[in-house]
Design a protein around this ligand. Sequence first.
Ligand code: PLP
Length: 407
Amino acid sequence: MLTMTSSDPIALDARHVLQVYRRAPVVFDSGKGCALFTREGERYIDLISGVGVASLGHGHPRLARAIAEQAAVLLHTSNLFHHPLQSELASKLSALSGLPRAFFCNSGAEAVEACLKFSRRFWHAQGAPRTKFVAFDHSFHGRTMGALSVTWDDHYRAPFAPLVPGVTFVSAADPAAIAAAITRETAAVIVEPLQGEGGVRPLPQAAADAIAAACRRTGALLIADEVQCGLGRTGRMFYSEALGLRPDLMALGKALGAGVPIGAALFSDAVAAAAQPGDHGSTFGGNLLACRAALVFLDELTGGGGTSLLDHVARVGPHLERGLRAIASRQPAVKAVRGAGVMWGLEIDRPAAAVVDAARERRLLVNRTSDRVIRLLPPYVVTEEEIDEAMPLLEAAIASAMEASAQ
Ligand code: PLP
């Protein structure tokens, strides 16, 4: 249990924390598996997992032990020296992704920044600089200036203009437009194989094929942003695989540290060959604590801990999908069900915020993205029983929000 110094964290937040979040008025101070608990001991089913981060669920005993052990031994030495965990993590990510080199940072946005920078670095090293990027409608790549520049929604971008120039956005529904947008001036194409914040939208196969063909034709590099959809969330190790995409660079974050902040950018040998000492860096990136957590996560994911969490997601995902499709068949407000594994969106015919609130009143946590999409990103460890408990709550929340908006 945490030591609480504030009797009213919500009031203190209102006075002292930068008001950039629309937080729900609920305070959690412990969790177990897919459950979160308030100070009063109320149990909520967590189907959003800290926006796709708590991959092993809350209070995971093996992760907790590893973090405590690591904290007692050594937390951080910076990148001035070697330590044994960063290179081990890099080699494991390399084996899983086929991209042989890793740079470690602390968030998804930082991983995207590294991918954007090293795409340009690659072309600079060729002596034929290319600086332009192609990104997609509805994309979300993060909030730092570079990541924001390849993020589509003007609502996020406009207050911070001017951003990095030379970005073209293209519709994933238009393969011809994709082919035309990617030219010999394009340093890299950046794509979420399964968009998260943009409304849980899988990249159409025709778009993936058009991207691959245009990258081959022009030499443009391909960056897969797998921050949200990667590392097993869809029941595949990476969703690029499902589309037959072979990225030159990949951005990872969220699930990787299972709650401990860590991001990673992965590079092909050709891209990595351009990097020189001093080109990039991070004080905290890849420290012992973060790497230890990520190693535990990867071990659980790939079955080192006994059962493979990747297999579990591949098994439980279809059960979740069936539950969501059953809701859609009964609730006419649900217009589409999209996703894979334990990453799903229900698009409804009106703003989804009221559904999220109604679900929370029923002690179920989901969130809204892209205005009309109810998003579910449960911990990978979610069970069929927990899904069966959650589905009636979600359906009741949809029904009651629809009733309220009809009045
Ligand atoms: N890329 C994708 C696909 C994301 O979904 C996100 C966050 O939602 C990011 C990048 C940015 O990650 P972070 O919030 O860790 O900076």
